[in-house]
Design a protein around this ligand. Structure first.
Ligand SMILES: Nc1nc2c(c(=O)[nH]1)N[C@H]1C(S)=C(S)[C@@H](COP(=O)(O)O)O[C@H]1N2
Ligand SMILES: [Mo]
Length: 231
């Protein structure tokens, strides 16, 4: 397949995936709740930009398990597999050849800080999903980091267009302490759902729990519902 055929296939599949999850996305809490908890101006999805219990920060704190894996770009790979028709293992160059998306979004850490209006560039998970073609029975993903981290997300959240795998922040390569060369971001969920140093995305046919989820954090992580811990 040549490059333009590949791109066309991604665009076509992206539209099909969007249609398949559209209703679930539109009715998801961070878009559809009519009494969202929070304060401040309204964000692009109609939610107050500071979710309940959050304080805006201008610095960008570092939060992780304490290991900052250093992956040389020649050795870096991103595997996308599990319940998909077309599993891939991408090199850095292949990743950068995928359609690139820029977005500005907010980052809500469960430890109560939020950083607003962050400028990102990367590849949307929706485009990556379009590349691998999730099977009809796929419902969730598990993301794995080079540091041993993992976190699970339902597909209707993971395939929202603002969920990106980012390599650039504010026009600069993503610093290693924030997950460089590549991390995921989940602007509509608490930030622990976005794996730093991302290495593998596994499509699942049923939910499984990641690192923090096994330790009592919420499976769903909706900021405007104060949904931090599993009840
Ligand atoms: N691989 C990996 N990703 C991770 C974590 C981690 O420990 N390892 N911590 C998570 C948590 S709890 C948060 S709040 C954010 C923090 O991202 P930051 O350090 O860039 O602020 O990354 C998330 N992604
Ligand atoms: Mo966190």
């Amino acid at each position: 397949m040549d490059e333009s055929e590949k791109l066309n296939r991604i665009i076509e599949t992206r539209m099909k995936l969007k249609a398949r999850f559209q209703e679930k996305m539109e009715t998801s809490p961070s878009i559809a709740d009519d009494k969202p908890k929070g304060s401040g101006p309204i964000n692009r999805h109609g939610m107050p930009n500071l979710p309940i219990g959050q304080t805006a920060t201008y610095k960008w704190p570092v939060l992780d398990l304490g290991r900052h894996p250093k992956i040389p770009l020649e050795k870096w790979r991103l595997a996308i597999d599990g319940a998909v028709e077309n599993p891939v293992k991408l090199t850095w160059k292949e990743f950068l050849n995928l359609p690139q998306t820029k977005d500005t979004s907010d980052f809500h850490c469960v430890t109560t800080w939020s950083k607003l209006n962050m400028h990102w560039k990367g590849v949307s998970l929706l485009d990556l999903a379009a590349l691998v073609l999730p099977k009809e029975n796929a419902t969730h993903i598990m993301c794995y980091g080079y540091d041993g981290y993992s976190t699970n997300i339902a597909l209707e959240e993971a395939l929202k267009p603002d969920v990106l795998l980012v390599h650039t922040y504010d026009g600069q390569p993503l610093p290693i302490e924030h997950g460089g060369p590549l991390r995921m971001i989940t602007p509509q969920l608490y930030a622990w759902k976005g794996s730093k140093w991302i290495k593998r995305i596994e499509f699942l046919t049923e939910n499984k729990m990641g690192f923090w989820e096994e330790r009592g954090y919420s499976n769903t992580a909706y900021p405007w519902r104060n949904d931090r811990y599993e009840e």
